[in-house]
Structure formats: structure tokens, C-alpha cells
Design a binder for this molecule. Structure first.
Ligand SMILES: [Zn+2]
Length: 476
């Protein structure tokens, strides 16, 4: 996954920024298509890709993306034997971006996932599926249905349409990443909002800076942890908010819930004294549910809660796309949809997904190719069959072991009489609670689930050897 550093130096675009130098404050930036495309592409990035990118060095140090970073690391550390296949691990660590066709040729594209470039056919040239199609995968050396590896590389034809906004269009961008068409009224409104009434009276300066992919990664990091990413970026501020804290409980008013049969059953271990959820013990269905977060495009997560992720700048970015004109600013309505309601890539979807993440409507047309699903044919998920996992508050997923469980409690300095145990059903509401909390909090389970404990689905204080009973899955 080495980056082409020489290409990185060539690909730079300039950004003009109006600043208040004395206050180290960006009023707004003015940018063209190349910069705005990559900024908007943040919404198309799967959460796993974001975790991977912000863990890397750029001009600023790595940052943690809520609990997603620790989830990503735990999958990276997880022995392949606990997953259905080696390819499953690769799919989670390098998730496909469903908007890749439009991002790949962007000047500042930061998603260098290798799998975007090619797909792979069976080593056996004459191998055909039962419906007489050639077997195919995005992942090299995935096992074909015949048992041989899919390793004959075929380049993909990528779209000639690059990015999301119209050619030659220009935009202004607020310090907190609100993107607007570059018209005088927009900048005046913005200045008024900032309390600037007399333009002459302020000591403003226009600075021009070159942006390369490295700076884009800086901005991605800052957009997750700062409320003023452009100011922090331009003035190289070192101290930004490390961990955005959820001020209140998440709203749970999400309308229709799925039927009971879609619920998962987990055993929750919680500290009695402060109600912190230490970990849950769960079967592979819950592990798959948590793994699948890595494949969700950021914009899809915002879509589930109409643009409010609590990561304020990302909310602004999302909201501004919903307001940009689909015929004047964006290429078309299609591109607005791709950004505000991006889908999971077709191969990555779980068969039983309890969350309302937009589905890929891509249908295999009458082509002579057939994608081979690397996931479990039994569960339709990533995890190995009939396994029990331990998932910590920070979404670290490991195979369950009593010894590891106890040493975890030791590490957390929990006395055993301070531990309560309960069985909880995880349905769509609870699932959304965890997902939303995972973006901003290192206590995704506590912040995502505690609001539901005590209200429903709980049978507390079960005898300690009672195992969560799995409900039979109804095949659809
Ligand atoms: Zn084959």
C-alpha cells in the first residue's frame, strides 16, 4: 500500500484563504473543483478507511476516530482463524468505496485502497460458476468456488467523470467546513455570522497555500477532532479537542423499528458504581454487526440521523452538500445522492443488517461475470462460525476467553463485586445508539447502550453461567 511519493509532490492545488492574522482565525477559504471534490469525498469514505488514514503520519500526528480506530486496530490484530476467510479481513481493513469510480482520478484522492484498481479472475481459465459465468472478485487470491485462487488481474475501467462538482466551479468554505457557492452574498453572510460588520475595519489578509495529499489527510484528521479545522490547519495549532464528548444522551426517536426477529442477544458486563459497560460477550452475529461499521461510508452514517453525527464539521460538510444546487454546483442529482446517501459496496453488505444503511441497488446485469462472496455462506457475515467474541466499550473485538476477560477486568481495576451482568437484546435502536456513539466517543457501548438498559429487553442478574440464547435466524 505504498504511496507514490513523487506523484504526491506533483499533485498539488492552491487554496486562497482570508485570515485574521492577529486572532489566528480563518474567515473563509476560496477553492476550486480539485480541493472541494476531495473535501466532499470525505463523505464517501468508509469508516475503516478514515480510521486507516488518520492513524498515518501526515504533517500532524495521528488522531483517534472515536471508537472506530480501536475497532480497526482490533480487526487488524485479529487472527484470521476467527474470521470466515482471509479476504474478510482484507475487506474490513481496506473497505471498498462505492464512489471510487469518481474518486480514483481526483487530483488529491487520499483513498489509495489497492483493490480499487483491478479485479481478479480464477487462476483456472476455464472455471465457470453453475450459471456459466466467470468467477470474479475485487480481492486478490480470494478462494474461488473451485478452490483455486482468484489471481488473474484485470484492470477496471474507471469513470471519466472525475469528482462531484462541476468543472470550473468555485466555492467558499467556512472555518468549520461549510461549503457554499462562490458568490458575494454567501461570503457576506458568512462574515456577518462571524460578527464582522465592517470589512475595512478588520485586519484581514489573503494567504495562498499549496495543498497536496498530505495536507488533505491533515484536514481529514482536523475535521474529526476540531471545530475550527481550517484555522488549526493554517496556523498549525497544536491543541485541538482530543475527544469530543457527547453532551447528552443521543436522541432515540428514529421511528420504525425492525421486528424482534432481527435482534441479537448479548451478555453485558457493567460496572455497578458508574454504569460503565466494560464489555459484552456475544456471538458472531454481534461481532459481524460491529465489524460492518468499518464498511459504512461516513455519509451513510450521517444519513441515518439526517446529518447529525456530533462531529460538527462533518455535519456541516454533509449539510452543505444537501444545500448545494444539483444543477449549478454539483454534476447532477446523482452526485448529491452519492454523497448524502452513499451505499456500502455490494460485496461488503451483511446479509442480516439491522441498521438502515443505504443499500447498493447494483444488480448484476446479464454479464458473463459473477462476484464470489468472500463472506460466510452460513451467516452472510465476516466472522467465523459458532464463535463467541468479547467486545469492549471501545469496540475492541477479540475472541472470548475467560482468562482474557478476567485480566481485562483486572486491567480496568474493577473489583468483582462491582460488576453486574445482564442480557440485552440489540435491535435497530440499540444498534444506531452504538454506531452514533462510536464516531465521537471511546465509550461506544456505554454511550450507545446505557440509555436502553433498564427500559426494555433486560433481564438483569442472570446466573453467571447462563449463556445468551441465540434466536433462530429466519431466512428471508
Ligand atoms: Zn475457479
Amino acid at each position: 500500500m505504498a504511496e507514490n511519493s513523487s506523484a504526491e509532490q506533483v499533485d498539488k492545488v492552491s487554496l486562497r484563504v482570508v485570515v485574521l492574522k492577529e486572532k489566528n482565525k480563518v474567515l473563509f477559504a476560496e477553492a476550486g473543483k480539485d480541493f472541494v471534490d476531495v473535501l466532499l469525498s470525505f463523505l464517501s469514505l468508509p469508516l475503516g478507511t478514515i480510521a486507516k488514514l488518520v492513524a498515518k503520519d501526515s504533517n500532524i500526528e495521528s488522531v483517534k476516530f472515536g471508537s472506530i480506530s480501536s475497532l480497526y486496530q482490533s480487526v487488524s490484530d485479529l487472527d484470521t482463524q476467527y474470521l470466515w476467510s482471509h479476504t474478510c479481513k482484507e475487506m474490513l481493513l481496506n473497505p471498498n468505496n462505492s464512489a471510487e469510480a469518481y474518486c480514483w482520478n481526483m487530483k488529491l484522492n487520499i483513498d489509495n485502497t489497492e483493490s480499487l484498481k483491478s479485479y481478479y479472475l480464477c487462476e483456472n481459465v476455464s472455471c465457470l460458476s453453475v450459471d456459466h459465468k466467470y468467477c470474479l472478485s475485487y480481492f486478490r487470491n480470494q478462494k474461488c468456488i473451485c478452490g483455486k485462487p482468484l489471481n488473474r488481474e484485470k484492470s477496471r475501467i474507471l469513470s471519466k467523470e472525475i469528482g462531484f462538482v462541476k468543472e470550473m466551479s468555485t466555492f467558499i468554505i467556512s472555518d468549520d467546513l461549510y461549503v457554499m457557492p462562490n458568490v458575494v452574498t454567501a461570503s457576506l453572510n458568512l462574515l456577518q455570522k462571524l460578527g464582522v460588520n465592517d470589512i475595512d475595519a478588520i485586519d484581514k489578509q489573503t494567504v495562498s497555500i499549496n495543498i497536496t495529499k498530505k495536507e488533505v489527510v491533515d484536514l481529514l484528521k482536523l475535521s474529526l477532532v476540531s471545530k475550527t479545522p481550517l484555522s488549526d490547519f493554517i496556523f498549525k495549532k497544536e491543541h485541538f479537542v482530543e475527544d469530543l464528548v457527547l453532551s447528552n444522551q443521543l436522541e432515540v426517536n428514529i421511528g420504525k423499528e425492525k421486528e424482534e426477529s432481527d435482534e441479537m442477544v448479548v451478555k453485558v458486563l457493567r460496572r455497578k458504581s458508574n454504569k460503565q459497560i466494560l464489555f459484552v460477550e456475544a456471538e458472531e452475529d454481534f461481532a459481524d454487526f460491529v465489524f460492518s461499521f468499518l464498511t459504512f461510508p461516513l455519509g451513510a452514517v450521517l444519513h441515518t440521523r439526517q446529518g447529525f453525527s456530533f462531529v460538527s464539521c462533518i455535519d456541516n460538510l454533509y449539510k452543505s452538500v444537501t444545500e448545494l444546487s444539483s444543477d449549478k454546483c454539483l454534476r447532477s442529482q446523482l452526485f448529491k445522492d452519492i454523497l448524502t446517501s452513499p451505499t456500502i459496496s455490494a460485496q461488503s453488505e451483511l446479509r442480516h443488517q439491522i441498521l438502515p444503511i443505504p443499500k447498493n441497488n447494483y444488480k448484476e446485469k446479464n454479464t458473463s461475470y459473477k462476484f464470489i462472496d468472500p463472506k460466510s455462506p452460513i451467516s452472510g457475515g465476516y466472522a467465523g462460525a459458532s464463535l463467541t467474541f468479547m467486545v469492549t466499550d471501545e469496540l475492541v473485538v477479540t475472541p472470548m476467553s475467560s482468562i482474557d476477560g478476567i485480566s481485562y477486568l483486572e486491567r480496568m481495576k474493577v473489583s468483582l463485586n462491582d460488576v453486574e451482568e445482564m442480557v440485552l437484546n440489540i435491535g435497530q435502536k440499540e444498534g444506531l445508539g452504538i454506531l452514533r456513539a462510536s464516531l465521537t466517543s471511546k465509550s461506544a457501548l456505554t454511550n450507545g447502550l446505557n440509555q436502553f438498559i433498564g427500559s426494555r429487553s433486560v433481564q438483569a442478574n442472570l446466573s453467571s453461567n447462563a449463556r445468551p440464547l441465540k434466536k433462530p435466524k429466519v431466512e428471508k
